[in-house]
Write a protein that binds this ligand. Sequence first.
Ligand code: NAD
Length: 266
Amino acid sequence: MPLKNFSNEKIMRLKDKVAIVTGSSSGIGKAIIERFAAEGAKVAVNYLPGGPHEKEGLDLVSRLGECALAAPGDVSKRGDVERMIGDVVAKFGRLDIAINNAGMEIKKPFLEVTDDEWNKVMTVNLFGSYLVSQVAARQMVKQGPGGKLIFISSVHEDIPFPEYTAYCASKGGIRMMMRNLAMELAPYKINCNNIAPGAIATPINQAVLDDPQAKKNAISEIPWGRFGRPEEVASVAVFLAGDESEYVTGSTYYVDGGLTQQVTTY
Ligand code: NAD
């Protein structure tokens, strides 16, 4: 693939690739779907049936037209995941890229967290990523050759976040799972990588974005001086999903305006 385009023709970096993005009717996932479609991919938009972003998902699919497929389902249920990926293969003939983006968080002091709250976060974030990765990887191995598994983890795969212990544990777990899969799936040429966003302006951060003081405090910790945009995460996803990242596996790409550098000045 040429690295530079000297003609006026736009390079379609994902032309005819088939991708599923979980939790993609809002925020980062939605931005990835829109960018992938613009890069020539065929896309499956997963959303939680009855969830707050169901209508947004259906609108997105109808706006994108033939290159898009609605994939309603709960990522933490094997039956839903197998049906969704089956539908993708039935419509588009194969699956090249699976992006584990669906996620949730519950803010609670550790001493007050209930078992149900802990299990909910771990089940959607970590177990859901395992399920989607396994079902997708089985399909990729069956169809050959190769494939791409991408995980939207978080800077909290590495840095602590008090009152979000289950969230941090789930994202740290995703980091280790991704590194393991990178080893196990290398013989099949399935690249496995994480994208770890910092503070991105999406619905998951709505409470902070709506509170001027909380927003100011958050921005004060970001060297780049602002929240990130979902499109800035999507740009890295295009690279990791495309042919130019052939030799990249087992890595985390931070998209965080420098947040993880944690400079001390005393
Ligand atoms: P978001 O809330 O808009 O996106 C999360 C999506 O996951 C929603 O559409 C939600 O409906 C969906 N979802 C939740 N449970 C699901 C389930 N069981 N099955 C299917 N879908 C489900 O927020 P976002 O910021 O776009 O989050 C996307 C990912 O990025 C998440 O994994 C989140 O942890 C991660 N992330 C976000 C930030 C940030 O600052 N926004 C930072 C680091 C990591």
